[in-house]
Design a protein around this ligand. Structure first.
Ligand code: MGP
Length: 208
């Protein structure tokens, strides 16, 4: 599915006249490349899961690197709010595994918010959609610092998170939090914790 292009459009290799989605929404043959390739992962670890075997439940679904392929994926996978309890979607830059242990994540942390289930399902789906769009559309001033985003379906709430590469610069981390809050139209409080602190109780947390 992934195509690579250095110009502003991913055009067909045979040099035939290219048609964008704006000219013909069905028969377009040229796509708008994203700055990065992104991989969608899914998991639903069972009750017996723990930090030692959790990785086994991760499933890599698909990688895309154009706007059109993002929408193709989004429109053809189950909506986050329809997933079974304990499921997670992880959308990460290609090459970064959605785990604390990955070298890109291990010094980082996550901005997250828990959305109670009494919010409407479409509100939750929209926050997740706008979170993904902020990531793939490089809405963040420190775009390089963003590793990926996660939506978690839990019994009492949904949690949406953006994972960062580092967690030591207050200004950088806060800038990502503020942009996420604005881009995804989140009206509650987002909380940041380093992955290191998440693994134990009582670590410091920043909020926005
Ligand atoms: P979670 O899904 O981040 O939180 O991690 P949840 O489900 O809200 O529950 P809580 O325990 O934080 O209240 C759930 C569990 O999955 C963790 O306790 C780990 O056992 C495992 N796990 C989750 N993640 C993201 C990782 C990871 O990156 N690496 C490893 N080794 N285990 C993980």
């Amino acid at each position: 599915m992934a195509q690579h292009a250095s110009s502003s459009l991913a055009v067909p290799s045979d040099n035939s006249k290219y048609v964008t989605v704006f000219n013909d929404p069905v028969n377009f043959n040229a796509k708008h490349p994203l700055h990065n390739s992104w991989t969608l992962w899914f998991d639903n670890p069972g009750k017996k899961s723990n930090a030692n075997n959790w990785e086994q439940s991760l499933k890599e679904l698909i990688t895309f690197d154009t706007v059109e392929d993002f929408w193709g994926v989004y429109n053809n996978v189950m909506k986050a709010c329809d997933l079974a309890i304990n499921s997670n979607y992880h959308l990460f830059k290609q090459g970064i595994k959605p785990m604390w242990e990955d070298s890109a994540n291990k010094h980082g942390g996550k901005w997250s918010i828990q959305l109670p289930r009494h919010k409407t399902m479409s509100e939750i789906d929209n926050i997740w959609l706008y979170t993904m769009l902020a990531c793939i559309g490089e809405a963040f001033e420190h775009e390089n610092e963003v590793c990926g985003a996660v939506v978690s379906v839990r019994k009492a709430f949904f949690r949406i998170a953006v994972w960062t590469r580092s967690s030591d610069s207050y200004e950088t981390v806060m800038s990502i939090g503020r942009t996420l809050k604005r881009s995804a139209n989140i009206d509650g409080t987002l909380e940041f914790q380093s992955h290191h602190d998440s693994s134990k109780t009582g670590g410091k947390a920043w909020t926005v």
